[in-house]
Design a protein around this ligand. Structure first.
Ligand code: CA
Length: 241
């Protein structure tokens, strides 16, 4: 099976910098989106450190001696340690952290790991499914039944995340495993996309465009709806040949 991948990021219309980072390494088979949190340069530093660490850990020759789950756990732990320790050394970086969602392709299976509220979706014509679960205050309240999704949209503080890489020294990602089939399209994004467009709009964009054309359309839609936040969109398409 063959895959192709595209990614675009944009700082949006309201933020002065871009704290999102992404990484595609086709040789190792990793596809990563991270959304940094923290004042000054903290967010940028945290998300950049996270994606660099993932490349180092998963790209290490010994990585293949471990199961995909084990090596993903190691990558998240190592990233969290580095961010936490760096923040402890530099007072202006105190409290920084990052979300991180990623796909790791090994033996025709995609292992999807997640911490925070960046997301991974699967599009199989004509539907999309959200594969990851947000680690956010709002999602925890929805799951506990305190809030409906409709009410959640109007709630203040909806982007408070309850699990992040580097805010505490240890972190444990959710990991899901999927066999991939030709025609599957995976989308990974920061909340600058999902805060601006609905799942229905996302699905419509996939229905109306070939995979290679979708990333600029997603960015344009996020900006057209206000561009409140940095937005990063990564699209990974599997095909027969
Ligand atoms: Ca964000």
């Amino acid at each position: 099976m063959r895959f192709q991948c595209w990614c675009l990021t944009d700082k949006g219309l309201k933020r002065s910098g871009n704290q999102d980072s992404f990484l595609i390494d086709e040789r190792i088979g990793i596809f990563v989106v991270a959304d940094g949190v923290g004042g000054h340069m903290g967010g940028e530093v945290a998300s950049a450190l996270a994606v660099e660490t993932v490349r180092e850990v998963l790209g290490h020759p010994k990585a293949l001696q471990f199961s995909p789950r084990e090596v993903l756990m190691q990558a998240y732990q190592e990233a969290s340690h580095r961010i936490f320790d760096r923040a402890a050394q530099e007072s202006k970086l105190n409290g920084m952290g990052t979300t991180m969602v990623m796909g790791y392709l090994r033996d025709s299976r995609l292992y999807i790991a997640n911490v925070g509220d960046s997301r991974c979706y699967l599009y199989r014509k004509p539907y999309v499914w959200q594969l990851t679960e947000d680690h956010s205050l709002i999602n925890e309240q929805i799951r506990l039944g305190f809030l409906t999704e409709e009410k959640a949209k109007a709630t203040i503080g909806k982007n408070v995340i309850t699990r992040s890489v580097g805010f505490e020294r240890d972190v444990y990602p959710d990991i899901i495993e999927r066999e991939v089939s030709p025609g599957d399209i995976f989308l990974m994004c920061s909340d600058g996309l999902t805060g601006m467009i609905t799942d229905q709009e996302m699905c419509q964009i996939f229905n109306d465009n070939s995979a290679d054309k979708t990333t600029p359309v997603f960015i344009q839609q996020a900006l057209a709806h206000g561009g409140d936040d940095n937005v990063t969109v990564l699209v990974l398409n599997f095909s027969e040949t």
